[in-house]
Ligand binder design. Sequence first.
Ligand code: SAH
Ligand code: SF4
Length: 385
Amino acid sequence: MTAEKINLLGLSRGKLKALFAELGEKPFRAEQVMKWIHQRGVLDFDAMTDISMALRERLKECSEISPPKIVEGFTSEDGSHKWIIMVASGSKVEMVFIPESDRGTLCVSSQAGCTLDCSFCATGKQGFNSNLSAAEIIGQLWWANHYLGGFKNNMERPVSNVVMMGMGEPLLNFENVMDAVDLMMDDCAFGLSKRKVTISTSGVVPAIDKMKDFTDASLAVSLHAPNDELRSQIVPINKKYPIAELMRAVKGYMESLPDRRVPVIEYTLIKGVNDHRQHARDLAALLESLPCKINLIPFNPFSLSDYERPSNTSVSNFRRILQEAGYTVTVRTTRADDIGAACGQLVGDVVDQTLRSVRHKKNKKSKIGKVFDRADNLAVTADRI
Ligand code: SAH
Ligand code: SF4
């Protein structure tokens, strides 16, 4: 039986150097290989002309450079792209690229499905299948660069920002996400600014507490409610880690950063649930001691949910109350609904290991006449983080 080859695509600089040390090679060789993979898009060792033939042969014996398979791609009239990736567990996950005049944002998935089951999220309703490997996570950025021409010498990098806001809870796949985020920001790999790589979490407090020892990426927190009673109903992890603990952990992480950066507080506005003016006033009071920006996301409907998107007027009212309290507030605009791609609606095709997807479908069957086509459930949201 041949030993499984190591996939170099997902190895952070530290891990690749350690591998080269094991092979008796100089650490700077690891950096050369990283540049070939992540800056020039090269997957074939024979194309690495500044690496000796002997080392290339040794690398071929024990390793490979293998991005995940792309099974489908869609392009929107507004220039957004959505790609569907097959991961090792057999599930399909999605990534989305949103070009804007001053940036190109890639929304990256970290898990096939999600264990957390927030009441307004299509991914959660899929149940859970697997964590993505570091190679499957960084492979999304690799593919986006490949497709968008980012590996060409004379091209400016098309992806300027990455948000870990696709499928899954990044902090429940901690090590792989940290390795991938490392590569996103490493000068020998994609070299993105730490201000432009954002990890979004629903509030896994112990993981936020240890983040500072592994990364200095930016942080977005999915809050969605100004009090524990309501938050526990719509973001179940709040029962385990209530708001006060979450705020303490977020403050701790922000204070560990050497520069002055603030977290983004994400708040999905759901009609009649958390969009009342009093919720806005309570949110303003709650966040008083936490310097932050607020990003309001009008709920994106999907077939397994009865929730509705609030009217534009109620979104504006909510925003105004926060602005009058002194906050910088953005409202996400939905993009690319023609290719069926909006925030929090990414569903892919998860081979569910839990019974949750069956339960949700059963509960819903009696209530809706029609189950939407999968593509209808997706919609890309332009992010202003
Ligand atoms: N698990 C992480 C990251 C993925 S979700 C998290 O929860 O932060 C990315 C963002 O999309 C989160 O802020 C999430 O709350 C939001 N979201 C989920 N479902 C949504 C929906 N149906 N409409 C609008 N936003 C949604
Ligand atoms: Fe998971 Fe985030 Fe969706 Fe909640 S909102 S179910 S944490 S992906």
